[in-house]
Design a protein around this ligand. Sequence first.
Ligand code: NDP
Length: 317
Amino acid sequence: MITTDVENYPGFAEGIQGPDLMVEFRKQAERFGTEFLEEWITEADLSQRPFRLETSNYNINAATLIIATGASAKWLGVPGEAKVPNGYGGHGVSACATCDGPLPGFRNKELVVVGGGDTAMEEATFLTRYAAKVYVVHRRDKLRASKIMQEKAFKNPKIEFIWNTGLEEILGEPQHGVTGVRLKNLQTNAERVLPCTGVFIAIGHKPNTDLFKGQVEMDEVGYIKTSHRSTATNIPGVFACGDVQDSTYRQAVTAAGTGCMAALDAERYLDHLPVVTLEGDEVTIEGEHLTPDHQAIIEPDGTIVANKTTVLASTKK
Ligand code: NDP
């Protein structure tokens, strides 16, 4: 987790730091016997059960799988943004203020943050701890950020907003990294150069689903599709929760909520009970399908049987 100030997670009246919240989550899960394996998954085969996941050190076979890979920062795609040597990425350009903001090269300098959402407000606020001044460049004249985050940014004397403006290019020199940005007023088309030492791109995120492309059903952006009534994906036994399947709410609390749903769905599935699928019918681990009206069961071999319980007893007349 790269979020610093979490202001809206329930139970923390004064807010909490993202990394501290994660440590608490982990300790709580460990108390219930959860084992953690810190590995990069390089391949996933979800075509049959057990599902197969590969890392450089392990082959993992899973009876059920919960995908909670989240979403990553998006980039503008402007000249100068790419990683060194093609741009100044890593040499003044970043998408993570928490990771890079405290670096000596940014201290007491003028910095630019691009975006108008909570991420941009959070990054700008965080950067004022170290920077001399932070410019927030936003393409509209209204922020998308929540009220509390907006107000914090508006009240901060080190933050200045540049409205209705696009960042066209990041300027720099190979030895010194970023030296400025070329801005364009989107109402007048007037361009100008704003000198700065760092640029933080904070314009949203892309779901981390490349590993599962072509296997799990996704929307056009790459968010995993889940059933409206459960966390089931199109593959029975594969569930998805958090930002990887939620392009609307994207909050820590909603991610935690859908994480709980996915755990219950997976548990139910492993207990041979039916879980709701993407299409609205229900499926068991044995591959039986229960129709949405609960009238029929379609067996794995295609046989259709009525979903009626045998009457074991009846009242005497
Ligand atoms: P958002 O999608 O909410 O905001 C993205 C911002 O970037 C918007 O202002 C958007 O402009 C702008 N933008 C997007 N693409 C471009 C582009 N190509 N060029 C210029 N500007 C662009 O993403 P966030 O990451 O800010 O937030 C995502 C979710 O996470 C939200 O629900 C938020 O509440 C939550 N969050 C909560 C935090 C907290 O409570 N501490 C911290 C961080 C995030 P426009 O407005 O014009 O569309």
